[in-house]
Design a protein around this ligand. Sequence first.
Ligand code: BGC
Length: 383
Amino acid sequence: MKKALSLLTVSAMAVSMLTGCGSSNTTATTAAPAATEAAATEAAATEAAAPAETTAATEAAAAATEAAAATGDVDLSDKKVGVCIYQFSDNFMTLFRNELQSYLESLGFKAENISIVDGANDQATQTNQIQNFITSGVDVLIINPVNSSSAATITDMVTEANIPLVYINREPDAQEEERWKADNMNVTYVGCDARQSGTMQGEIVLDLENKGDINGDGKVSYIMIEGDPENVDAQYRTEFSVKALTDAGVEVECLDDQVGNWDQAQAQSLVANSLAQHGKDIEVVFCNNDAMALGALQAIEAAGETVGTDVYLLGVDALQEACDNVKSGKQTGTVFNDHISQSHSAADAAVKYLTGEGNDHYIGCDYVKVTTANVDDILASLG
Ligand code: BGC
């Protein structure tokens, strides 16, 4: 079990957003999830929040004790938890679910009472799994939906069975979250505000001496490799990474914008195509996650280019391998998507439903920028 970092509770709003290479690509209007603008605009403040290992360890221990104390008379050893993950093969969700399993056990749940299932990226499969959990009589559900847009249906199924529900990682839209509040449902969402991660990617570029303008032509020419566009994390990271640059008065040029579905192999082939077409005109490769940044790096190296001199490369998540690449200069930076804090908060929220204490309908957390300056701290906190 790992150490937890700090939390930030955030509120609701809806926006419409632009994806793709500006006007030349698609414009998507999206019902945004509940989250705070402050988290995005004040992203710089969290820079100072790089984890000090001892503090994080103490915080984690305190949180575990607090959660254990909060269980009061409730014996967690006979409580059944159902966990639905959208896809086991996702690198980030693998870290998340392993940490969730071990933290639930540390709180007193028995391993045989924790059932974690793979939705195989198929909503029909996952809906079936949820139905089976309901029939088998689980006490609480933790769900990482395949499609965030299916949340209303899922919520209805679960709450009609009187089972409390904790959504993780893929945030339902603001209208759905409003309904939990209005109808006083035992439903919450645990996650970070993806706008903040996008903003931080842009800020890492702004902090470079040339602000990303490697060839000195007065603009930053970039390509964007997006995660699953149904997922608000992909939408917001795409928008806010570039917005950080334009907000700072930096001119940008989008050379390519492609969907890599959070996947390393897809990203590798997309970036290889882009490099074949645009070559050294590409100054920044923004990837919505680190798995895709790892694929991008393979393509960059295969094209004979070097990160740091020919091109800059950004990801999100702080996967161990990506952090190693940041340390050795093969990736310019990443943004820590704190799976430790998120999995612990999700488990703590499940416990609070079981004890009757209940939860807010949104439980947030902060991202952390990762560059050579703090990568050792982040690697240490990953364990
Ligand atoms: C992570 C991605 C992951 C996705 C799954 C995002 O928050 O950054 O790595 O694939 O969640 O929904």
